[in-house]
Design a protein around this ligand. Structure first.
Ligand code: DGL
Length: 272
């Protein structure tokens, strides 16, 4: 592994920034190259083949930019494309779902776990399967939240529309009495305060980004891949959407400060 390479991170848009933020905390000496496919968001309503195709294009782009490993900071792309990417590319690739499942299992006390995510993630039952592998005697209840990503991408993360949609999406999970709610889409930590309020303080919200960053660290430990002497890491961001909207969101909503964002046309990505 090229120690001086970057950690490649990608998402359909802004959600993966919640994972990048965590990676920066846990691995402060690593360079990061982030790709947000804001020009084609949301992924959550798309068919599997399309999600795989987009994920391969982005992975090729990240590898060209010097990625030494890739984190799929998107639950939908993890559910649809993790295996296909591992088969195609010769570098370590991790997703967010195994990490989220582990956190959920260790957090539940009553054995009832709720999972929210995109339509694709919930239909795939990817969390359900991973959680059951870890502990077969728990109940897992899923609820798709298709309105969340477009609202968050559109800057409406605190809108009445979002809160009303959340009340509707979370009602069946509250009814089941879950004591853990997995934020099974990387956009959702951005609206965590609203979700916590609706679920009540007794419910633990799980953000898979935390265990994902730890998993990335463990992988670098294992492969001797840490960039030890790097005291001023570089963070480069690419988006198929609007670069200044991306930069504002990263700074104001995710708290990343000033970031260097470059627009990449979808046509360029398709050729990669
Ligand atoms: N942030 C994404 C996820 O974790 C995808 C949202 C979307 O594009 O629909 O699933």
């Amino acid at each position: 592994m090229d120690k001086g390479g970057s950690i490649g991170i990608f998402d359909s848009g802004l959600g993966g920034l919640t994972v990048a933020r965590q990676v920066m905390k846990v691995l402060p000496k690593e360079n990061i190259v982030y790709f947000g496919d804001n020009g084609r968001v949301p992924y959550g309503e798309r068919p599997r083949e399309v999600i795989i195709d987009f994920s391969k294009q982005i992975s090729r782009f990240l590898i060209k930019k010097g990625a030494k490993m890739i984190i799929i900071a998107c639950n939908t792309a993890t559910a649809a494309a993790l295996d296909a990417l591992k088969e195609e590319f010769d570098l370590p690739i991790i997703g967010v779902i195994s990490a989220g499942a582990r956190m959920a299992v260790s957090a539940t006390k009553n054995g009832k776990i709720g999972v929210i995510g995109t339509t694709y993630t919930i239909k795939s039952e990817a969390y359900h399967k991973k959680i059951k592998e870890l502990r077969h005697d728990v109940e897992v209840y899923g609820s798709p939240c298709p309105k969340f990503t477009p609202l968050i991408e559109g800057g409406k993360q605190d809108s009445r529309e979002l809160i009303e949609a959340a009340q509707e999406y979370l009602a069946p999970l509250k009814e089941k009495g879950v004591d853990v709610l997995v934020l099974g889409c990387t956009h959702y930590p951005i609206v965590a305060k609203h979700l916590q309020k609706i679920m009540g303080e007794g419910v633990t919200l799980v953000d898979p980004a935390i265990a994902t960053a730890e998993e990335a660290k463990a992988l670098l430990d294992e492969r001797g891949g840490h960039n030890e002497g790097n005291l001023s890491p570089t963070y480069l961001f690419y988006t198929t959407g609007d670069a200044s909207t991306f930069a504002n969101f990263a700074k104001q909503i995710v708290g990343l400060g000033e970031v260097d964002v470059t627009h990449v046309p979808v046509s360029e990505l398709e050729r990669s």
